[in-house]
Design a binder for this molecule. Structure first.
Ligand SMILES: Cc1ncc(COP(=O)(O)O)c(C=O)c1O
Length: 356
């Protein structure tokens, strides 16, 4: 006889990690990781923390909280940390929505959204992207009901790379009741170069029901250490601290985050390089005939539809591991120039009319 388990959990799809390259020589471009190795100053900071791993870390993540609060000129009480922004997102969902409550998000977007909503016992309400791969904010506003507790706006959107403009977000927020929290997930904000884009923190300052989600995983290259945070309305941030697993953010992650904040000039050079590579990749894809939409993330999106599995198989054969969403498309992370070159060759080869 099976032990009792929540049925809603047993029916959930497991979160899928991008395929590992192992020693195959393939390039792993499936997880939107930063292609650069850690900075020396960051590994030194990590090494300096090793002698203290018998001690619990600062549960309040005090030093990094103070740095982030100063940097964005917000009170420290509005900043809440977790083991990666995905854990903070989980905290937000648990604090905001339970059984019978609805959480609205665009789809396709970050694949953790529907899973985390179901884990909390709430109901995901997925609103299809527009034909040009953008959030359908009108459709999302139309989907608001008396049960809506939370709305997730992924800007720029994973996996399509499309962004929400400031004007669009403002018009959207005018339609959202003030007691419904809107989270702007800015995991890829450092790669977003469009001046018309919504900037989450600006909206946090102006609206009582807006929170922003940031991570050290992508632009700062600390995906393996797990540290991210929300800047949220006071009562929301207090609840995130209540929901958080105690001591979830390690001292090593906290030290590495501080060192990364100290090294922002160096990191910005790397981010600029990734953005320049993204422009090169998009132009080359278009030149070879791929009808790709612009991306403001560290990835590009190929809408391969029914051809996704076939194109993905060709990529794997060519030593490129992308993130495949069968029936929809392929997301390919911007890597080093060498990795991107190999991807571009594979993409051009995959474009025979019978293939896509
Ligand atoms: C849109 C979005 N939000 C949040 C995350 C979570 O990142 P992390 O938990 O590493 O901060 C990701 C990771 O892929 C993402 O794509």
């Amino acid at each position: 006889m099976m032990v009792h388990q929540r049925e809603a959990i047993s029916r959930l799809p497991a979160y899928k990690q991008g395929a590992a390259a192992g020693d195959s020589g393939a390039f792993k471009l499936s997880s939107n990781e930063n292609p650069f190795p850690p900075l020396a100053s960051v590994t030194e900071a990590i090494a300096s923390a090793l002698g203290e791993i018998h001690l619990y870390p600062s549960m309040a993540v005090t030093e990094v909280t103070d740095r982030i609060a100063a940097r964005f000129d917000v009170p420290a009480e509005n900043v809440a940390f977790g083991a990666g922004s995905v854990e903070v997102l989980s905290q937000i969902i648990h604090a905001s929505a339970g059984a019978g409550d609805e959480v609205i998000f665009a789809w396709r977007s970050f694949e953790a959204y529907p899973i985390l909503v179901r884990v909390a016992g709430a109901t995901p309400v997925a609103v299809a992207l527009t034909a040009d791969e953008r959030h359908d904010l009108d459709g999302m506003a139309d989907a608001i009901t008396a049960q809506t507790r939370l709305i997730l706006v992924c800007n720029p959107n994973n996996p399509t790379g499309a962004f929400v403009t400031a004007d669009e977000l403002q018009a959207f927020l005018a339609r959202v009741p003030e007691n419904v929290l809107v989270v702007v997930d800015e995991a890829y904000v450092h790669f977003n170069r469009d001046a018309s884009s919504a900037v989450g923190i600006d909206f946090f300052r102006r609206y009582p029901n807006v929170a922003v989600l940031h991570t050290f995983s992508k632009a700062y290259g600390l995906a393996g250490l797990r540290i991210g945070y929300a800047i949220a309305p006071t009562e929301v941030a207090a609840n995130l601290r209540r929901v958080a697993l105690p001591f979830g953010v390690t001292a090593i992650a906290q030290r590495a985050a501080l060192a990364s904040l100290d090294a922002e000039a160096e990191l910005t050079v790397r981010i600029d390089e990734i953005v320049a590579e993204r422009t090169r990749v998009l132009m080359a894809l278009r030149a070879s005939g791929w009808p790709v939409t612009d991306s403001q993330g560290n990835f590009v999106w190929l809408r391969t539809g029914e051809g996704t599995d076939r194109v993905n198989a060709m990529f794997v054969h060519a030593g490129i591991l992308a993130r495949a969403f069968p029936g929809e498309g392929l997301r390919v992370t911007i890597g080093t120039a060498e990795q991107n070159d190999r991807f571009l060759v594979a993409a051009a080869a995959a474009l025979a009319p019978a293939t896509v």
